[in-house]
Write a protein that binds this ligand. Structure first.
Ligand SMILES: NC(=O)c1ccc[n+]([C@@H]2O[C@H](COP(=O)([O-])OP(=O)(O)OC[C@H]3O[C@@H](n4cnc5c(N)ncnc54)[C@H](OP(=O)(O)O)[C@@H]3O)[C@@H](O)[C@H]2O)c1
Length: 245
């Protein structure tokens, strides 16, 4: 039975590619969307052959919001699930010095992902089915001196997903917010990450596939991050502003 297609936005990311493989294993066709997407042709062929499904490539730039409607309407079919993994951390110090750099971080994590998921949401609403998944971050749960530009953009994206979920709940469309803590990817390469708090891209992918099947709303990776963020959010501002986090 044809299960329909899963669109992976930001498929060149470690998390995006793991998501694509995992949904392909579950029998979905896969639409890989990314910048310079032709570089993914070997992966596309591998996903197809291993799983006997159809995988296609689609050029996509999250920042080119004027092109997002055409991007969606020219897909070979409207996907049943869309997962947005695009994001850009940038350098906090650089973002403090240069507002153009800060703006790139804000647009890459908030404006671009919200634009494309918002357009997909309109199409899903009209059809009356589908699942939208946004990969945000626990960094959006409270602004910290060490990464508040990235964190504020993720906070905006998390709020967008929350509102979208609320709006679409009567239209048989589910919206899942994914809140990873640390994940071992290109984005965190070179950082010293605590093993117990660090997920692998395959863990994130497995959780997204399970959450889609179960109609979940918000998932933390790893689950311990829910508790950690609960504690961090409960620290009074008076104390928090003196802490180094
Ligand atoms: N790694 C972590 O610890 C962690 C924690 C929390 C949340 N996250 C989030 O998880 C998601 C995936 O990140 P990752 O860790 O797998 O890192 P990654 O490999 O750096 O993935 C980020 C992806 O976003 C894509 N991207 C950035 N700007 C884009 C644009 N304008 N148009 C299209 N694609 C764009 C990049 O494309 P290119 O390949 O073309 O550069 C890259 O493939 C991100 O949203 C990130 O913020 C990661």
């Amino acid at each position: 039975m044809n299960k329909g297609a899963v669109l992976v936005l930001g498929a060149r990311s470690d998390i995006g590619m793991a998501v694509a493989y995992r949904f392909a294993q579950a029998g979905y066709d896969i639409q890989l969307a990314a910048r310079n997407v032709t570089s993914l042709d070997d992966d596309r062929a591998d996903i197809e052959i291993r799983n006997s499904i159809k995988a296609t490539l689609h050029e996509f730039n999250a920042l080119n919001i004027q092109a997002h409607e055409a991007f969606v309407t020219t897909l070979p079919e409207l996907p049943i699930i869309a997962v947005c993994t695009t994001g850009y951390m940038g350098e906090q110090k650089e973002s403090e010095r240069d507002m153009t750099s800060a703006s790139l971080v804000m647009r890459s994590n908030y404006e671009g992902p919200s634009s494309v998921l918002g357009i997909l949401a309109n199409h899903f609403e009209k059809r009356g089915s589908g699942t939208l998944v946004g990969v945000s971050s626990v960094a959006g749960e409270r602004g910290r001196a060490s990464n508040y530009v990235y964190g504020s953009a993720k906070a905006g994206f998390t709020a967008f997903l929350s509102g979208l979920r609320n709006r679409l709940s009567q239209h048989n469309v589910n919206v899942i917010t994914v809140l990873p803590g640390f994940v071992n990817t290109r984005m965190t390469a070179g950082m010293q990450l605590p093993i117990a708090l660090t997920a692998q891209p395959s863990d994130v992918a497995a959780s997204i596939v399970a959450a889609s099947a179960q109609g979940k709303n918000i998932i933390y990776l790893k689950p311990i991050w829910r508790l950690i963020m609960l504690v961090i959010k409960s620290i009074p501002e008076k104390l928090f502003k003196r802490m180094t986090l």
